[in-house]
Write a protein that binds this ligand. Sequence first.
Ligand code: ZN
Length: 332
Amino acid sequence: MCDDGNVTEANGFAAYPYGPARNPTTVQRGSVQFLSTYPGDPTTPGYPSKPDSPRTGIEAVTPQIPSLPLSWVEAQPLIQALDGYGTSGEGVNRTNWVGAFNASYSTGPAPGVTLSLSNEMEENTTTIWDAIGIINGTSQDEVIVIGNHRDAWIIGGAADPNSGSAVMIEMSKAFGKLLATGWQPKRTIVLCSWDAEEYGLLGSTEFVEEYIPWLSTAAVSYLNIDVGTSGPNPDISATPDLHEIAIATMKKVVYDNYRGFNNMTLYDVWYGLGGEVGVLGSGSDYTAFVHNGISSIDMGSGGGPADADADPSEVDGKLHSRTPAGVLLMLS
Ligand SMILES: [Zn+2]
């Protein structure tokens, strides 16, 4: 089994950019910073990063073993060269280390096999920019913070984060039109376009670290959007106190033309897909809010492992009827 499910070249899908299967040279991008313990600027752990902030060493918040992500086409000869030497992936009871290569995913060392690795890194201190918009509410001691990051690993960043940014911008426009009519919300709304999320949640974490005295008394909740849309399957993760309102809200949102089905709410689709609110750990800009005890939710929609399979009846041979409307939905 590989991470890509059925959507592989071996199963007849063309590789990107000609089809939905992974291109063999694809490299996973991400930060190896210890985001679940010290997100943000690694030189200012726990306090805001300003031009004159004292800076600490980064040893406690970044790994000491250098690492490089590889594409599978680059990793394959390395895994094959070690095959059968040392301890296998199964031998150390790490079956999720065992991928789709015809190999035992062994640790080595293998006789006569050496690897020379160069890791070129640039260490810079540079300025980042959060863009913050504030709509004052009539009750200014209660604040809702809504955020989405703006930086992307790659040029474009169509799904991550710009599909979420599109949601933020459209929502801002809607608020603008409401404000023009004289409307004012009860609670203050803070709209945040975070910078440097991909490097280690820097923009959001430094914001929280700077404004925590205010946020800890005023923030009612933080709503995060990151990959707003990379497929049709809705997905939410939240702190437990927001489960009820999230589910109630989904029941009010019409979600038509889901894989050709109509007359459904967002709740119907979400429930049909399993209906589980995920747990927030780390990995996006809600992290610093959650770590500081602020209720948070992360919302988006993605594709299932069989998403490229256009005919639902062929996906896993099961149809599921869990929605109140009795609409048949596929678990994917
Ligand atoms: Zn993102």
